[in-house]
Design a protein around this ligand. Structure first.
Ligand SMILES: Cc1cc2nc3c(=O)[nH]c(=O)nc-3n(C[C@H](O)[C@H](O)[C@H](O)COP(=O)(O)O)c2cc1C
Length: 475
């Protein structure tokens, strides 16, 4: 008997929207199926995999074994900051860094979202699946709201995807790869750029006492530690040497920052303060104090590595309330080869959504070492000028789109009303609120316990409805 494996990547456990829909979809699978979660059963927010891409821990090997024994696999997860949750990315990174390849099997994706860049996220998951050897049979995007648990649209999508998997397994059909094969070194988060490239000593010597005449502060946030990552070291040296201003380096690999667990405090509470207590809030404060911000990431799993994503995934409040509007910055993705551009684009989305005026989106993929240090020189000199002359730029599409989506969700459900109300009012974004709903929910959301109980009631109500619905369905 053929077998389908559902790999669940949401830290919200069995009440996550993605799990609820995957459970529904599984009822239409005609073969044996199994669910595995990437989190501990006793605590669905704790990942079972380590963040170290090269580590072969027992639990990882067990997952690989299940993947090898399955004929089809479904990636199940909510969208998180334009990709899957970081805890699921750990699995992708391990599989790619340790050279796994699954031939003759099919994969599919069930993603729950608010509709922000779904196509982009699906493309990335498909790329990873194909680079791992799977033929990707299809993907579905389902609304991430419990109000949609029973919608015709979500049920229809689940049935259709289950049907495709059934038919493919029955006829042993494996879809051909759509993407070009990419060398693993470009997909692995532990291979940092091209070593020959960065061993060329083109980074200029730093003489801070001579030219550090600027009064601005630029924060360089690097996913990896510069002592491990020659690309990051090279870039830090160039930026430090060429800028008139002070450069403050933050290496996320050396910081205590935990991955987002979807507590949603950043959206729902008045302060927007995350439930996780670690170094994130200290770094966020530094972002507010800085004049310039640079995001520097190494590419892994076809996207920015999980170290930098762990930090960016925690910026939920900034995604929702783009409060860094007076800042300027740029982004750099390294080590992605042909995927470098796409990794840099991923970082560019964050700049836009955070409200930062992004002056450049760079990658080391195409340039020669000499050229690349000139590109950095040119860009950092522009950044110095942009901060001094206060260059301004309007929002571009992804940022405008996301802000409109968030605003519409607030208006439709009054759900994020308390957290965002003042911000949206001051920014004149909240231009057609449902005043009655706002009036009712504003005081209601002031009490966290009250709010959490209310959320639980809503989810349990829709879960019960879903169970009843399943009992009446014919397969
Ligand atoms: C920090 C955070 C980041 C998110 N990022 C995205 C995103 O990039 N795109 C999107 O469409 N939805 C995004 N969402 C919405 C979630 O994808 C949505 O809530 C989803 O249903 C969660 O899935 P789950 O309930 O299975 O965990 C985000 C939510 C949070 C809390």
């Amino acid at each position: 008997m053929k077998k389908v494996l559902f790999i669940c990547g949401s830290p919200s456990g069995e009440k996550s929207t993605s799990f609820v829909h995957a459970d529904f979809m599984a009822h239409f699978i005609k073969y044996t199926y199994e669910f595995i979660s990437l989190y501990e059963t006793s605590d669905p927010t704790k990942p079972i995999l380590s963040a170290h891409a090269q580590e072969k821990e027992e639990v990882f090997l067990k997952i690989v074994n299940k993947m090898e024994n399955a004929d089809a696999l479904v990636w199940v997860s909510g969208a998180q900051c334009y990709f899957v949750p970081v805890q699921m990315q750990y699995l992708f990174e391990k599989l790619l860094a340790q050279n796994y390849y699954f031939k003759g099997k099919i994969a599919a994706t069930l993603l729950t979202t608010y509709g922000v860049l779904d196509d982009y996220i699906h493309e990335k998951i498909r790329d990873v699946s194909e680079q791992l050897g799977f033929g990707h049979i299809g993907d579905i995007s389902i609304s991430g709201s419990p109000f949609d648990f029973n919608s015709n649209e979500s049920e229809s999508q689940c049935r259709a995807l289950a049907g495709k998997i059934n038919r493919a397994l029955a006829s042993s059909y494996v879809p051909p790869r759509e993407t070009d094969f990419i060398e693993r070194k470009y997909l692995s988060p532990v291979i940092y750029g091209d070593r020959d490239f960065y061993s060329v000593k083109t980074a200029p010597e730093i003489k801070p006492e001579i030219h550090k005449t600027g009064k601005k502060t630029i924060i360089l946030i690097s996913g990896s530690s510069i002592s491990n990552d020659p690309a990051a070291l090279f870039i830090y040296n160039c930026i430090n040497a060429y800028s008139r201003n002070n450069i403050k380096l933050i290496e996320i690999e050396n910081c205590d920052i935990k991955p987002c667990v979807y507590c949603r405090e950043c959206i729902l509470s008045v302060t927007g303060e995350c439930c996780l207590k670690d170094e994130y809030s200290k770094i966020e404060k530094q972002l507010f104090l800085a004049d310039g911000i640079i995001y520097l990431g190494n590419c892994g799993a076809g996207i920015i590595d999980s170290r930098l994503r762990t930090f960016l995934g925690r910026t939920g409040k900034l995604l929702n309330q783009p409060s860094l509007r007076d800042k300027h910055g740029f982004v750099i993705a390294t080590g992605g080869g042909p995927l470098g551009k796409s990794g840099a684009k991923h970082l560019e989305y964050f700049m836009g959504i955070h409200g930062i005026n992004n002056i450049a989106t760079l990658t080391d993929s195409i340039a020669e070492p000499d050229q690349f240090s000139h590109v950095l020189q040119w860009t950092i000199q522009n950044l110095d000028l942009a901060m001094e002359e206060k260059w301004q730029a309007p929002d571009r599409f992804p940022a405008i789109g996301e802000h409109l989506i968030v605003r519409d969700v607030s208006i439709e459900f009054g759900y994020v009303v308390r957290g965002n109300y003042n911000f949206y009012k001051n920014e004149k974004r909240y231009n057609y609120p449902c005043r009655l709903l706002t009036a009712i929910l504003y005081p209601f959301f002031s009490n966290t316990r009250f709010r959490k109980t209310f959320e639980k009631l809503i989810i349990n109500h829709f879960l019960k409805k879903k169970k009843k619905r399943l009992a009446t369905i014919s397969y």
